[in-house]
Ligand binder design. Structure first.
Ligand code: MOS
Length: 746
């Protein structure tokens, strides 16, 4: 690992660099590009849940005003990547993938079966309403509880049981709990709908404006689907209006847009509607979990058993680490986990913020609270008594772990120690008061990324990388990283992203963008400074014997100047260095990735959430009145965007805890609440003042900037904190999300 061996200066509390563009409406999202001869596509969705298409009558649709064509499996141009069973649009999941317009098989209700293209959006919607489809229906299964009784679970190496020590030892422990926890389907529902604009130049070159969390990964999917070389596919995503995981994959509708644009020879815009956002771009799957935890009377964990049942689609295997956190969060000699998934007639689930762990932490962190009450030990104290000093699953030291510090910050802030821990003992007027906490963990990693940096003769710095920012504020954080490393003021730095033709950046997922890309930006900055040193040494103004022999660490970079640390009168502006060398710019491209050394460590980010709630005992109406969220995510690069990230995660957590529930009518396999009137998310009035606190200690191993990730841990463990507060307030243990008022008064 390369250390930042330079002494640098400016750390401003930077405003979001794209904030003005976003709030003034000049930021362009995928669907907002105007192109000449733009056509509009609307997808027709299956109205049955399982079976096949017997016939499609598109004559009326084709004759409708402005209609251009109707594409289905009957007439779709072949997608070359579909051959040999290949799945060009797969994420890292097993199975074949939904090959849109490739056959007449229906796997789920709402499956896209035809694409209607017209000269305006409204005419496309009307024409789509005229497409008549005859189906051959078969029996379907959309109910996980029923599937558990009647359907074979998928087997495979991704579902391997885990065992450390002995299985199910909790059953014989002096103090134990055993419970079932349920998380329903949850849907990402970002504000921006998924959208694709595709246009072809000739037969073999396509440009795609796409809502995606990864311009390079979308580029790869389209390359594979249409068997095109990299240089023939350009993917642009300059702004993304929220993703939360839904835009990690390239979904079939994006391939449909490319098919449509190719067939008509005109640019095509395809925007999903809100209902399609429930069926075409994934969701957090429903999961039933059984947790058993045993301990000695003095609160030492002796055994954890964690079992999860979830589901996937009929055509792909989606798995996530629901039970994984139980293996490594606490020191415990005996741990066993099991995970099974059942194929249902629902579309493929996908990663949603805190994938796996957000679900798993609900069981583990509530289970620990149950155990704390059984033991009569404070829940924080119980966690401290079982604090893992090294990774219990892999027997490795941590790159850094400041979870104890995080507990303490939260305990002090919320006033944890002045609560009366007896359930139903605290009141404000008629209202019951509850305090609860829950913690989260997520792997902190570092992938591979490249960044291009250009220092111009006017002293401005341009950095580019092919990453997409779904909202965390990547351009802001990268501007800060570059400023920290070069000593160039943030106002003189521009970070450009969202174009696959830039040097490859990571997909924005798994809480790794800041670590991965930040390292590349840091390394590019360091490489740039080396060039500045070389050029400065050659410059007559600067050139003296002592400078000639100076090492990189003998220089200071400050406010766009290079100085000799030992003699600060030896100073040149970057502008003079570049111009003095007879250049207009200095450029570097650096690739950065994790080292072999990292394999010797385990690396995680941690969160601890605390809430205070008020419950009306008569109506069951509950309000979260305070939320304190603390994170150990290494060094905080950009304070404002980090706070926003944590606050956003808590808002998502409030939705998960109190409101969000995807409902399917299993008689028909159709969604009941696939709209914002019926699928509830938190609004302003549901969200209290949220205090985000940071341990802010750099990780000395993971990467040169000291930052771990925080996108996922922002939500992981929050629902448990709320459920635990509900128990404290009411004495009722609610083990099924969301915690709606009816559950509190029944
Ligand atoms: Mo995140 S679920 O990896 O977008």
């Amino acid at each position: 690992m390369e250390n930042n061996f330079f002494n640098v200066g400016i750390i401003d509390e930077l405003d979001r660099v794209d904030g003005k563009a976003k709030v003034t409406g000049t930021a362009k999202y995928a669907a907002e590009y105007e192109l000449p001869n733009l056509t509009y596509g609307v997808l027709v969705d299956s109205t049955i849940t399982n079976g096949s298409i017997a016939a499609i009558d598109s004559k009326a649709a084709e004759k409708a005003p402005g209609a251009i064509t109707v594409i289905s499996h009957l007439n779709s141009p072949k997608v070359p990547g579909y051959d040999a069973g290949a799945n060009p649009v797969k994420g890292p999941t097993g199975g074949k993938g939904l090959q849109i317009f490739n056959d007449n098989i229906i796997h789920f209700n709402g499956q896209p079966v035809a694409l209607v293209i017209a000269d305006t959006f409204e005419r496309a919607v009307y024409a789509a309403s005229l497409v008549k489809i005859q189906y051959k229906k078969e029996a379907h299964q959309t109910d996980l509880d029923e599937a558990k009784k009647n359907v074979l679970a998928l087997e495979g190496q991704r579902y391997n049981d885990y065992l450390r020590g002995e299985a199910d030892t909790y059953k014989n422990a002096p103090v134990k709990i055993e419970a079932e926890y349920i998380v329903p389907i949850e849907v990402h529902n970002p504000m921006e709908m998924h959208a694709t604009i595709a246009f072809w130049s000739g037969e073999d070159k396509v440009t795609v404006y796409e809502k995606t969390q990864g311009v390079k990964s979308t580029q790869r999917s389209i390359m594979q689907a249409f068997k095109l070389p990299e240089e023939n596919v350009q993917v642009i995503a300059k702004f993304v209006g929220g993703g939360f995981g839904a835009a990690l994959r390239t979904w079939p509708h994006a391939i449909a847009a490319c098919i449509g644009a190719k067939k008509t020879g005109k640019p095509l815009k395809l925007v999903l509607n809100r209902m399609q956002m429930f069926t075409m771009v994934g969701f957090r799957p429903h999961a039933v979990q059984k947790i058993g935890i045993g301990a000695t009377p003095d609160g030492k964990l002796t055994g954890i058993s964690h079992e999860a049942f979830s589901h996937t689609s009929q055509y792909e295997e989606f798995t996530e680490g629901i039970v994984n956190m139980s293996r490594f969060m606490y020191a415990c000699p005996n741990v066993n986990t099991r995970y099974k998934i059942y194929p249902l007639n629902i579309s493929t689930p996908t990663w949603m913020r805190g994938p796996g762990e957000a679900t798993g932490s609900f069981a583990l962190e509530c289970g620990l609270d149950e155990l704390a009450y059984a033991l009569k030990i404070d829940p924080i104290e119980l966690r401290i008594r079982n604090y893992a000093e090294t990774d219990p699953q892999r027997n490795l030291p941590y790159t850094s772990k400041f979870l104890k510090e995080a507990y303490q910050l939260g305990v002090d802030k919320i006033g944890w120690n002045s609560r009366n821990s007896t359930p139903r003992s605290m009141k404000e007027g008629e209202l019951l008061v509850g305090y609860g906490m829950g913690s989260g963990v997520f792997n902190a990693s570092r992938g591979t990324a490249r960044a291009f940096a250009r220092l111009n003769a006017d002293g401005t710095l341009l950095i580019q990388s092919a990453v997409a920012d779904s909202g965390p504020g990547t351009a802001t954080a990268m501007t800060q990283v570059a400023s920290n490393a070069t000593g160039i003021h943030v106002n003189k730095i521009t970070f450009e992203l969202g174009d696959s033709s830039y040097p490859p950046g990571p997909t924005q997922g798994g809480s790794t963008t800041t670590s991965t890309l930040g390292s590349a930006v840091h390394d590019a900055s360091v490489a740039l400074k080396k060039k500045i040193i070389e050029l400065a040494k050659e410059n007559a103004v600067f050139h003296t014997a002592d400078i000639h022999n100076a090492k990189p660490e003998d220089f200071v970079f400050e406010n766009g100047n290079i100085l000799l640390a030992a003699d600060r009168s030896k100073k040149m502006s970057f502008t003079d260095v570049v111009k003095g060398a007879g250049l207009t710019q200095v450029e570097v491209t650096e690739e950065s990735k994790g080292s072999e050394e990292l394999r010797k460590y385990a690396s995680y980010s941690y969160s601890v959430h605390f809430v205070k709630i008020l419950v009306n005992p008569a109506t069951g109406v509950m309000r979260i009145v305070r939320a304190v969220t603390v994170v150990d995510a290494g060094k905080i690069i950009s304070l404002k965007t980090a706070e926003s990230q944590m606050i956003g995660g808590v808002v998502g957590g409030i939705g998960m805890a109190l409101m969000e529930e995807g409902i399917i009518d299993h008689r028909y396999g159709r969604w009941v609440n696939n709209n914002f009137a019926d699928y509830h998310v938190p609004v302003q009035a549901d969200v209290p003042h949220i205090e985000a606190l940071f341990v802010d200690k750099p990780d000395p191993v993971l990467n040169p900037i000291g930052a771990k990730g925080m996108g996922e841990v922002a939500i992981i463990g929050f629902a448990a904190a709320v459920a635990n507060a509900v128990y404290h307030a009411t004495g009722k243990r609610i083990r099924e999300l969301p915690i709606t008022p009816d559950k509190l008064i029944s």
